[in-house]
Design a protein around this ligand. Structure first.
Ligand SMILES: Cc1cc2nc3c(=O)[nH]c(=O)nc-3n(C[C@H](O)[C@H](O)[C@H](O)COP(=O)(O)O)c2cc1C
Length: 160
């Protein structure tokens, strides 16, 4: 196992399970620890999530995050997974950066989406990471192309 792996943490949010699958695959290939991000108030079904998500992004609302990250100090590399919502990360990811300081760490995003590439949403992660004083590295849009994901992880030195 590469020595960075016990210092890597996967954080992900998933409404309908696709990003969860991506996170689980990345966990399997890296051996990293993993934590699911949950809002204080669940998003509910797809329609209510879409309505609420839309309101949050239009009004720059950062919804409360229920999840606590134990021992964040221990981790050097933070992989952040999320579904792309309206070309950007869900606002819960903004809350993650409000609540935690990633200074000195390396932040790397991954996303799932119907079709939007990672480019538009990763700009937000780059901004939040850099505002924290973290190093940002380019992420990937997971679309079940396991070979591509393995190659990305390999380039990052994260394959176990
Ligand atoms: C509120 C909302 C907004 C979305 N916006 C986009 C979008 O801008 N571009 C896109 O390709 N897919 C969009 N999608 C589709 C999701 O990104 C896609 O289904 C994702 O894989 C879901 O991940 P999850 O199962 O982990 O929640 C959106 C879905 C929802 C619910």
């Amino acid at each position: 196992m590469s020595k960075s792996n016990n210092k890597t943490l996967i954080l992900y949010f998933s409404l309908t399970g696709t990003t969860k699958e991506a996170a689980e695959y990345i966990k399997k290939e890296t051996g990293a620890d993993m934590l699911r991000l949950e809002p204080e108030k669940p998003y509910g079904d797809y329609d209510s999530a879409a309505r609420r998500g839309d309101r949050e992004r239009r009004n720059n609302i950062h919804p409360a995050l229920k999840t606590n990250i134990p021992n964040l100090n221990k981790y050097q590399i933070i992989l952040i997974g999320y579904p792309t919502w309206w070309q950007r990360p869900p606002m819960l990811i903004e809350t993650l950066f409000d609540k935690y300081d990633f200074k000195g760490k390396t932040v790397i995003p991954f996303t799932t989406s119907m079709s939007t590439p990672i480019g538009p949403s990763e700009k937000y992660i780059r901004r939040m990471a850099q505002n924290d004083g973290a190093t940002f590295k380019n992420g990937i849009r997971y679309d079940n192309n396991k070979r591509e994901v393995r190659s990305w992880l390999n380039n990052l030195g994260l394959l176990k």
